[in-house]
Design a protein around this ligand. Structure first.
Ligand code: FAD
Length: 461
């Protein structure tokens, strides 16, 4: 039956479908082209049909039909993932969630929304009631809350509130199984980690409940420094400052800042940049800290001032948006995800930078992981070939850094689901035929013939 996509599309009625080949192809891609390695591997894979359910009932209906017809199913929110998470390697049905987007409930310290809700909409609704998301990715204008939980890991706010996986951040996920009669399971707190960052392999998330925090009046700040070492040191000092409750601290080398045309005229030329979001009431302390660290505060804007000046959000120069700004000008750039061993050691960070060579430009993000300050380098890398990419990884490793490889489409690759068979036991329960996002887990290929209990036993052993 899989060859007859017209008949399969009819069977989904009354659910909206997209069968126009150009549109289906567009929805088969995400931001994997950030990586030339992934681009070469993934650009030839496309789905066959897109369904756009508007309600969880319509979603359930699509899953039922797909199960009956043995059709592979790849979920898609905004399609902003960087690792080809949403690319249907075996073709089949793409289910786009963006119309299943109700914000269901806003309460004290939480928001409950359907998986396809746009994070910018969730944040806007929260702010009206005095709250905001504890963290969100810099793609909030395109990305869905379900896609964030299924494909993301941290974001703006993580410097105060930790990574998504940390206790209290994910309150509950509801997910449907892919069976003859899809069942809805609720995963609370810790249990939700079996679904989080599993790329839609382990169930179809219908509803997400996340922690929220009281809204504050954020000032978008840009400070500049003469050396990257001092800029990084100021970033760390900001992250560690007990009297400044910032929710973003990113440091960017001057060579990268050159690729930010929209900031020309607003920043001192040729300088290294610290990007941050600081609560209005902490601005005096922030100003004093920047001066003490040898920085110059070039820009400090409330959101209204930013809009009046027609400038982007400051976070569009942070996280993976930094990379995007460079890629807009030159597609030969790429990046990597590097853990800094001792975030307080600016000299060691500068030494690693010096050892890397002219094709690697540093950019650090600060976050708080399990209560401790962590720093990640998301450098711009001028790609030559995979051999050089591996060499760059090994230079970082020689300097004690860790690599969460951004150039693999396997769920085990980035580090969060490494050899964790527990989440695969849930996959077996939620997706017994292995139809959800096939081809993305190496470990699944080793255990798929086992029962959920046997897989769980493997996890314990
Ligand atoms: P998609 O890309 O559509 O999907 C992501 C994965 O989740 C896919 O595997 C998909 O199959 C699966 N999925 C989607 N919906 C469901 C569902 N309902 N049920 C089950 N599985 C589902 N990430 C961060 O964590 N922090 C950042 O700060 C950040 N910044 C970024 C900046 C840029 C410029 C770019 C391009 C990416 C960035 N990312 C970041 C990665 C990505 O944007 C986020 O993780 C985003 O939240 C993904 O949401 P999405 O709706 O686009 O998901």
């Amino acid at each position: 039956p899989r060859a007859d996509w017209a008949a399969f599309a009819d069977s989904l009625s009354p659910v909206e479908v997209i069968d126009e080949p150009v549109l289906v192809k567009k929805r088969s891609r995400d931001f994997f082209w950030y990586s030339p390695v992934l681009n070469a591997q993934l650009k030839k894979y496309f789905g066959d049909l897109v369904a756009v359910p508007k309600t969880p009932d319509e979603m359930r209906y699509c899953l039922q039909r797909a199960f009956e017809a043995d059709v592979p199913v790849t979920l898609r929110g905004g399609g902003t993932g960087n690792y080809g998470q949403a690319v249907p390697l075996k073709g089949g049905l793409i289910i786009e969630t963006t119309k299943m987007n109700r914000i269901i409930e806003i309460g004290e310290g939480y928001v409950r929304a359907e998986a396809g809700a746009l994070m910018a909409d969730v944040n806007a609704a929260l702010i009206e009631q005095g709250w905001e998301m504890a963290m969100f990715p810099s793609t909030q204008d395109i990305a869905t809350i379900g896609g964030f939980v299924a494909g993301g890991s941290a974001g703006i706010g993580s410097i105060a509130n930790g990574a998504l996986r940390e206790k209290g951040n994910i309150i509950q996920l509801k997910a449907l199984s892919l069976e003859a009669e899809p069942q809805e399971h609720a995963f609370d707190a810790e249990a939700a980690l079996q679904i989080h960052h599993a790329w839609g392999l382990n169930g179809v998330i219908t509803e997400v409940t996340l922690r929220t925090v009281p809204h504050r009046n954020w000032v978008g700040c840009m400070a500049t420094f003469d050396s990257y070492r001092d800029c990084y040191a100021a970033g760390y000092a900001l992250a560690a400052a007990p009297d400044i409750g910032c929710k973003l601290a990113s440091t960017v080398e001057a060579r990268i800042v050159d690729y930010f045309p929209r900031l020309k005229g607003h920043l001192r030329e040729g300088m290294h940049l610290l990007v941050s979001l600081v609560p209005a009431e902490d601005m005096d302390a922030f100003r004093a800290l920047m001066a003490a660290q040898g920085g110059h505060l070039d820009l400090a804007m409330s959101d209204a001032e930013r809009q009046a000046a027609k400038l982007p959000h400051v976070f569009e120069f942070a996280y993976n948006h930094t990379t995007l700004q460079v890629l807009k000008a030159d597609r030969s750039a790429t990046y990597q995800q590097i853990g800094v061993p001792d975030p307080s050691d600016a000299d060691a960070v500068a030494a690693a930078g010096a050892a890397l060579g002219n094709d690697v430009w540093q950019h650090h993000e600060f976050a708080r992981l399990d209560g401790r300050i962590a720093a990640f380098d998301l450098p711009i890398i001028w790609f030559s070939d995979e051999v050089r990419l591996r060499e760059i990884n090994s230079i970082y490793e020689q300097h004690g850094h860790s690599i969460a490889d951004a150039h693999t489409y396997f769920v085990e690759g980035g580090g969060l689901k490494n050899a964790d068979y527990r989440h695969l036991a849930w996959k077996k329960r939620m997706d017994p035929k292995g139809l959800l996002n096939p081809g993305k887990s190496r470990a699944w290929e080793k255990v798929k013939h086992l029962s959920a209990e046997e897989i769980e036993a493997k996890a314990k052993g």
